[in-house]
Design a protein around this ligand. Structure first.
Ligand SMILES: NC(=O)c1ccc[n+]([C@@H]2O[C@H](COP(=O)([O-])OP(=O)(O)OC[C@H]3O[C@@H](n4cnc5c(N)ncnc54)[C@H](OP(=O)(O)O)[C@@H]3O)[C@@H](O)[C@H]2O)c1
Length: 305
């Protein structure tokens, strides 16, 4: 699979990341087959979070790869912390405890990337900076980033945190494009012009932060998959037409659409079906034309000003 640098870091990563939020839907044999096949396809960047399956997803993954120091060398592991039952928590104590739990469950000595999962209203950036310094000093985390954050939240962290923030994981799919819409509709009196995220897309490009689109196949907030869905007839017709042209599946085109954006995004897939994951990987070889990218965008119901 094609690779790229993650944010401003020297870390070379595959352009498609494998999300492990749903790995607890597989039995141990299928989980083993899934991760082995993913690695064979060049998909060795795995996205975790301490809350996925309340920690069991990380354990299932470590069992599935038969974690050992040799295996670990071939993996790029990212996990997230900061979501707790009924609250968000970016305190130093919670970040440090979370990472210790993650490392124990993944049976590894370090994370390649740690993301702060969802903004904590009570964040004290000085504490985050202390936690990151300690994690880096102790060799437990090599690179840091955020998730679901807007530009000013990142700027606030950057005032105190000395490590570069290399990634921002955000919800983005063909049917969930608010961060793109507001840029296209600047100054218009329509809903698409509403800037919900402070121009996070441009901010991440300006600051060399890789956007990792999560739920690349879902519409709404986990409402379902838009591909093959009768709620999106025009979109599916267009995607199918372009898929036929390139002789690939609709799954490949949905990921190729995200990869075509010059922000150099790294979509995080959620499928546990190895055939579908291979189709996602194939997207790294497809470069949609500008007209094709806009045709898909418009077929999703977006109107250009
Ligand atoms: N940072 C955050 O706040 C946040 C939030 C949510 C998720 N995430 C990360 O993002 C990853 C992806 O999220 P997600 O699982 O919601 O993403 P997704 O890839 O949009 O959805 C995957 C789900 O859609 C199903 N699916 C059905 N048809 C499909 C098709 N044609 N192509 C692909 N999938 C199809 C999959 O089933 P099959 O398994 O049968 O293919 C799977 O259940 C997670 O694993 C997690 O790592 C991050």
């Amino acid at each position: 699979m094609r690779t790229m640098k993650l944010g401003s870091s020297p870390l070379d990563v595959p352009v498609v990341a494998v999300g492990c939020m749903r790995i607890n839907s597989l039995d141990s044999k299928d989980a083993e087959h899934f991760v082995r096949s993913a690695m064979e396809a060049g998909a060795n960047f795995f996205d975790h979070a301490d809350i996925y399956g309340t920690g069991t997803c990380e354990e299932i993954f470590a069992d599935a790869v038969q974690m050992s120091p040799q295996v670990r060398e071939n993996l790029i592991l990212q996990s997230k912390c900061g979501i707790r039952k009924g609250m968000f928590d970016f305190s130093k104590e919670h970040i440090l405890n979370s990472v210790d739990g993650i490392l124990q469950r993944l049976r590894t000595e370090y994370l390649d990337v740690l993301l702060l999962h969802r903004p904590d209203a009570l964040v004290e950036p000085e504490e985050v900076a202390e936690a990151f310094d300690q994690l880096e000093r102790e060799g437990k985390v090599r690179h840091f980033g955020v998730s679901n954050q807007n530009p000013n939240q990142i700027a606030l962290l950057k005032k105190y945190v000395k490590q570069p923030l290399v990634a921002n994981q955000l919800q983005l799919s063909i049917t969930n494009t608010t961060m793109i819409d507001s840029g296209i509709n600047v100054n218009m009196e329509n809903d698409a012009a509403v800037n919900r995220d402070g121009s996070i897309l441009d901010y991440c490009r300006l600051h060399d932060i890789t956007i990792q689109p999560w739920s690349p196949f879902q519409y709404g907030f986990f409402e379902g998959v838009f591909l093959g869905n009768e709620k999106f007839p025009e979109l599916n017709a267009k995607i199918d037409e372009i898929a036929a042209k390139y002789d690939v599946s609709n799954t490949t085109i949905a990921i190729a659409w995200l990869l075509r954006h010059p922000a150099k995004m790294q979509p995080v897939t959620g499928t546990m079906n190895i055939g579908r994951l291979q189709d996602c990987v194939k997207a790294s070889e497809i470069h949609l034309t500008r007209p094709e990218w806009y045709e898909i965008y418009r077929a999703a119901g977006n109107v250009l000003p």
